[in-house]
Design a protein around this ligand. Structure first.
Ligand code: SF4
Ligand code: SF4
Length: 104
């Protein structure tokens, strides 16, 4: 039997992944890795957990330790580099603070 936390996390991530699965899974591997993308992080929703920072395969997100948001958290910021639009950052974010755009 799995711990409660693991079951809840799996259920949560499955639901979140479902929001993105059509656009992401329908793409070929070449398109996934070459598509240009960009993200927007809602700094007021962000709690600075850093999940998106460790999840981004391109290392395009970091925590802004110089400025905190209205809730007192150091929010994540997008470094505007070679984003593929893979949406892994948005899928993992527990606060639904990240939007992703992608050019086909
Ligand atoms: S969409 Fe993918 S590549 Fe772009 S910032 Fe998010 S995790 Fe990184
Ligand atoms: S995963 Fe979401 S809440 Fe956590 S640092 Fe990234 S944007 Fe903020």
């Amino acid at each position: 039997m799995l711990p409660h936390f693991t079951l809840c996390s799996f259920h949560f991530l499955s639901e979140r992944f479902g929001e993105h699965k059509e656009s992401f899974l329908d793409m070929t591997l070449e398109k996934r890795t070459k598509a240009r993308g960009k993200i927007a992080i809602n700094r007021e929703r962000c709690k600075g957990c850093g999940f998106c920072v460790i999840t981004c395969p391109r290392k395009l997100i970091e925590i802004d330790t110089a400025n905190f948001n209205a809730a007192g958290y150091f929010p994540a910021v997008f470094l505007d580099g070679d984003c593929t639009g893979c949406a892994q950052c948005a899928i993992i974010c527990p606060d639904i603070a990240i939007e992703v755009w992608k050019e086909e």
